[in-house]
Design a binder for this molecule. Sequence first.
Ligand code: CMP
Length: 137
Amino acid sequence: MEKTFMMIKPDGVKRGLIGEIVKRLEVKGFTFSALKLSLISKEIAQKHYEEHLGKPFYKDLIEYITSGPVLLMVIQGHNAVLEARKMIGATNPNDAMPGTIRGDYAWEMSQNVVHGADSAQSALREINLYFERHELI
Ligand code: CMP
């Protein structure tokens, strides 16, 4: 069993997609280790996205991700990082295949509904950034 980190971003929460996305994950067979609705602070957002510091979209990304509630999730399953990435689809929704979350629900790179950790190392880092140990089942 591998754990990975996923987030439903402010646009996904605002559009009422929590149920739809959580259902997809459950039907696929992921189990939940943690689920939390949260408003992310600027400080945490900057830590999460530090690899993008200096890029042209960085400021907008931080503003957007802190603009409203997000659903933070730790999900688990066999090859969870890779399987969750496949379900999420390409970062740019224009490249995301139908059947993927971004392919079905997103139009813009800057508001692409969900985030998923891109490696086991990122998953661990992001889980530790958003969750206390006692919150993980
Ligand atoms: P995410 O998977 O959360 O990781 C970083 C985010 O930055 C990414 O999804 C996009 O929402 C955003 N992003 C990446 N590249 C660009 C870009 N060229 N223009 C705007 N936003 C971007």
